[in-house]
Design a protein around this ligand. Structure first.
Ligand SMILES: [Zn+2]
Length: 103
């Protein structure tokens, strides 16, 4: 049994609104979600393992759209972005942490 279960995930223009089973409701901007993408590639960038990585310009985020959300088992969702990035799997626990500003 997962500690945190979303009961509803709603896609807005610029953010994702998540309603949780324990009645907590959180809104996560697409920019934040993408910046915190937990996939191996983005994680390497976060940790500055790649000194040649160039940060995307602001209009990258302005033009970024969330194309789809796919359920991954019972514990996570995969976010599909308009630039084709789709390797980020966000566990419910991670989404909840982001939502509470822990991460
Ligand atoms: Zn990523």
């Amino acid at each position: 049994m997962q500690k945190f279960q979303p009961t509803r995930i709603e896609r807005g223009d610029n953010s994702l609104t998540i309603q949780w089973k324990d009645l907590h409701q959180g809104e996560l901007s697409y920019r934040l979600l993408r910046e915190k993408c937990p996939c191996a590639h983005c994680d390497a960038v976060h940790l500055r393992k790649d000194p040649f990585h160039i940060l995307p310009p602001d209009d990258f985020f302005e033009n970024l759209r969330l194309v789809d959300i796919q359920r991954v088992g019972r514990y996570a969702v995969r976010l599909i972005w308009s630039d084709g990035h789709r390797t980020g799997i966000y566990t419910f626990e991670f989404l909840r942490e982001l939502s509470e500003g822990v991460s």
